[in-house]
Design a protein around this ligand. Structure first.
Ligand code: SF4
Length: 446
């Protein structure tokens, strides 16, 4: 290999979708002759992939950038900073003035040109365009996120994503399947399909597009592509309207597709949902989840609930608590509403006091935990497949960590195994002997 053109350090903030974006940029840059390092002191350039989903995420992104910028400003380090992702997408025009220490801003729409942008920062001149690798992933973990779409057309009134990421754009099926094949060939044992709204994948394709055109068809094609390897396929972030009959049947009848669904409902009260510019009611949502549990054996449900949306009355909040209690999701993420610049909800009257929002979010969290901990404890005594994610050592004690099929990687807890020898990616049959919070203790059976 030719000498490295420069050493790059990557910092990723935010969600799994951002990890995928970083990985794609990393892959392009490595193929173009750059090298990755872990410490900013060794780096010729630091890339920060930012998140701006909530005001708190923007703050975290800007703080991380400022900490580095401060060192540059004080002359401790002289490392150019490239800020990528959602913060430049959302606040692009104002940023150069506010963050003069940042050498380049790369909004999400421009990340395909990351090599040119970093070349410009490091004054690298090429005689020919940089090589673009056929696979844009570099992961070494047992589970890999594969992005199937970007953007969103729903414009929920509280959410800035459609303004940051733009209109919904499905990724072509052949590109997704090629990436899945290459990940599985590289040893990945779990494919997690993600996007802002995966249920409508394919809805923006031209009428004459060949191949899969719905999420259900895509799942069947991905399952076919991974065979004969034993690989789990998981799909995250569906909206309730995306649960078609075909999709339910596909999840039920395709062995590789896990009976695990993440449907972020946010709320259940019809009046709150209407103000959120979402549809449905507690009754409709309950019927949907009941149907999923009845028709898909072993169905595991994850959701998201929001406390303190503008105008949320005590009755509407109680309705949400009652709904969550009745549905009993296996996992629920809870957020307090955050007033986001540029969104419709930020302009609504009757914004809820911060204190009340926090109180309500805490009550939702308490309920979500009591239901989630009980759902986790219910697996004690069962046997299930577990994928090994890594080995942790603390105070001389070595522990093998994995996750079961009913736990999404990085979000739903882990399984602590008594295995002596295990390698990342091993798929083991495990009997669960104990649980604590969302974690399980497991004994390897085979
Ligand atoms: S569906 Fe999700 S990403 Fe799209 S606007 Fe609503 S909350 Fe935002």
């Amino acid at each position: 290999m030719a000498d490295s053109l420069g050493k790059l350090m990557f910092i990723t903030l935010g969600c799994a979708k951002n990890e995928v974006d970083t990985d794609r940029m990393r892959s392009r840059l490595m193929a173009a002759g750059y090298e990755e390092v872990d410490e900013s002191v060794q780096a010729d350039c630091v890339l920060i992939n930012t998140c701006s989903f909530l005001a708190s995420a923007t703050e975290e992104s800007v703080t991380a950038t400022l900490e580095l910028a401060e060192d540059v400003h004080d002359g401790i380090r002289n490392v150019p900073i490239v800020m990528c992702g959602c913060v430049p997408s959302r606040y692009g025009d104002d940023l150069p003035e506010q963050l003069p220490e940042v050498a380049s801003f790369v909004p999400t729409q421009d990340e395909e040109n990351i090599v040119e942008r970093v070349d410009a920062v490091l004054d690298v001149h090429r005689s020919a365009p940089a090589f673009v690798p056929s696979t844009l992933r570099t992961v070494e973990a047992a589970s890999a996120y594969v992005k199937i779409s970007d953007g969103c057309n729903r414009f929920c009134s509280f959410c800035a994503i459609p303004y940051i990421r733009g209109r919904y754009a499905s990724r072509p099926a052949e590109e997704i399947i090629a990436e899945v094949r290459s990940l599985v060939a590289g040893g990945v044992r779990e494919i997690v399909l993600i996007g802002q709204d995966t249920g409508v994948w394919g809805s923006d394709f031209a009428d004459d597009t060949e191949g899969p055109r719905t999420l259900a068809e895509l799942l069947r094609s991905v399952a076919e592509a991974v065979r004969p390897e034993r690989v789990w396929i998981r799909v995250l972030y569906l909206q309730p309207e995306g649960m078609t009959n075909d999709l339910i049947a596909t999840i039920r009848d395709t062995p590789e597709v896990l009976p695990y669904i993440d449907i972020p409902v946010q709320h259940c009260s019809a009046s709150v949902l209407k103000r959120m510019r979402r549809s449905g009611s507690a009754d409709e949502l309950e019927k949907l989840f009941e149907r999923l549990r009845n028709e898909i054996p072993g169905m595991v449900l994850r959701s998201t609930a929001m406390a303190g949306f503008p105008g949320e009355t005590e009755e509407e909040f109680e309705e949400l608590l009652g709904f969550l209690d009745r549905v009993g999701f296996d996992y629920t993420s809870v957020f307090a509403y955050s007033q986001e610049d540029g969104t419709l909800a930020a302009t609504l009257p009757d914004q809820i006091d911060e204190e009340v929002k926090i109180e309500r979010a805490q009550a939702l969290t308490d309920l979500a935990e009591s239901l989630g901990f009980a759902a986790t404890a219910a697996h004690v005594g069962e046997r299930a497949e577990v994928i090994v994610d890594g080995v942790e050592e603390s105070d001389g004690v070595r522990e093998v960590i994995g996750h079961a099929w009913f736990q999404a990687p990085d979000s739903d807890g882990a399984v602590h195994l008594d295995a002596d020898e295990a390698t990342v990616g091993d798929m083991l049959t495990v009997e669960f002997t104990d649980s604590f919070c969302y974690e399980l203790v497991g004994h390897v059976v085979e």
